[in-house]
Design a binder for this molecule. Structure first.
Ligand code: DHB
Length: 404
């Protein structure tokens, strides 16, 4: 297999496995630095573009996308949010990002980030091959790694590179190339999942609502004035077929109900998915000539929408050091990548896991557990320090600017 004849051989400094936002943003940033890339992905462009993911971008990530020429659509079609609501036992508490930490986030779906990046690659003439199969990554412990793949037309190709970047998501095959006895996988499973919907309905609240109720968590998010994204905590083995629209709306309404009479505006549900999640990190993130970025190296539970932002941070750091590794400094320049990326990764792991446990109810939890959790929520929403902590973590840690 590794040496079977191929129909074409190309040489490029960096081969990227995975054409999601992390892989494409890396290719885009390296392109701006004059470094060529070839990106391959087993999924079709359409499949990636239509898989619903999170919708919140840190202001710094949004600014990077705008300023590096990927998209100014964020500014026209995205929504800047200067706070979120935490709804506890049917009462709303606003966490004002602007006032607490001078920050904001952008509601701009990952599907749009992907579409903008794919368009930008096309515009800039970047090589991106979607819908490939039988991808093989070879020789990563040498200075001449290779990627082999079969194109949709059946032709077999080989890319010869100096580095291979594994940006192939939470089911990464690249991360398995780090030998078992040289890698550590850290992780935690959760005894619940999210039931996610897209609904054709008007917006129910001006900002995102993260709701804790004794029945479980719910999140009210948005896409546009006419399309809403909502989630509620469910069992990981829940099946979508058991959830007609009425049952979904009753569940969501019960989780946000309160004395203020708040009700969600309902409409036809156009998509239903059960989203399982976990906390996970693999170290090291680099093995020889292979470097892992984004979900390939780490995943977070979705509460707090850190996943995409974290992947974009990895890529920003890597795009900073890779040109130097390819230039005069050589390979040692890459040593800076992992420590810089990992610091933010573990901070985000902590925040995502903390916010998940803060807002979800444990199946089989005791009356003590619930009261303790309400005490913690009171500490968060009822003190300025608590709200500021949430605001600072949620809006991300600056990659530039004056905040420490
Ligand atoms: C969305 C998803 C999240 O996980 C989150 O914390 C906030 C928003 C979303 O899909 O809009």
């Amino acid at each position: 297999m590794a040496d079977a004849p191929v129909d074409s051989v190309t040489t490029v400094p960096v081969a990227v496995v995975g054409a999601g936002p992390a892989g494409l943003m890396l290719a885009h940033l390296l392109g701006r630095a004059g470094v060529g890339t070839t990106v391959v992905d087993t999924r079709t462009r359409h499949a990636i573009a239509t898989t619903q993911r999170a919708g919140i971008l840190e202001a710094d990530a949004a600014r990077d996308l705008v300023e590096t020429g990927v998209s100014d659509r964020i500014l026209r079609e995205g929504y800047e949010h200067e706070g979120v609501e935490l709804r506890v036992a049917g009462r709303s508490h606003r966490v004002d990002f602007r006032e607490l930490v001078g920050a904001s986030v952008w509601l701009y779906p990952q599907t749009d980030v992907f579409a903008d990046l794919a368009d930008a690659r096309e515009r800039d003439g970047g090589a991106v091959h979607f819908g490939v199969r039988d991808t093989e990554v070879l020789d990563v412990t040498t200075t001449a790694p290779r990627v082999r793949y079969t194109a949709p037309d059946g032709a077999r190709h080989e890319i010869r590179a100096r580095y291979v970047v594994g940006a192939d998501g939470s089911r990464s095959m690249c991360r398995d190339l780090v030998p078992e006895d040289r890698r550590t996988r850290y992780g935690r499973e959760y005894p619940f999942a999210w039931f996610g919907i897209l609904a054709e309905a008007p917006t129910s609240a001006p900002e995102l609502v993260y709701a804790h109720s004794e029945h479980g968590f719910a999140l009210i998010s948005q896409r546009t004035e006419a399309v809403q994204r909502m989630y509620f905590q469910c069992s990981p083995d829940e099946s979508v077929g058991d959830w007609p629209d009425d049952r979904v709306w009753d569940t969501l309404q019960a989780r946000v109900a309160g004395e203020d009479g708040f009700r969600l505006k309902e409409g036809p549900i156009t998509e239903k998915t059960v989203l399982r999640f976990r906390s996970f990190v693999q170290e090291p993130m680099r093995w020889g000539s292979l470097v892992l970025v984004g979900d390939a190296a780490h995943t977070v539970p979705p509460t707090g929408a850190r996943g995409l932002n974290l992947a974009l941070h990895d890529v920003k750091v890597l795009a900073d050091v890779l040109p130097r590794a390819l230039g005069r400094t050589g390979d040692p320049a890459l040593d800076a990548y992992e420590p810089r990326a990992l610091r933010r990764i573990w901070r985000a792991q902590n925040f995502s896991s903390w916010m998940t446990r803060l807002l979800h109810t444990e199946p089989g939890g005791s009356a003590f557990d619930l009261r303790r959790q309400l005490g913690e929520l009171d500490n968060v929403v009822g003190t300025r320090a608590g709200r500021a902590y949430l605001a600072e973590q949620y809006t991300g840690w600056p990659t530039r600017g004056h905040r420490p």
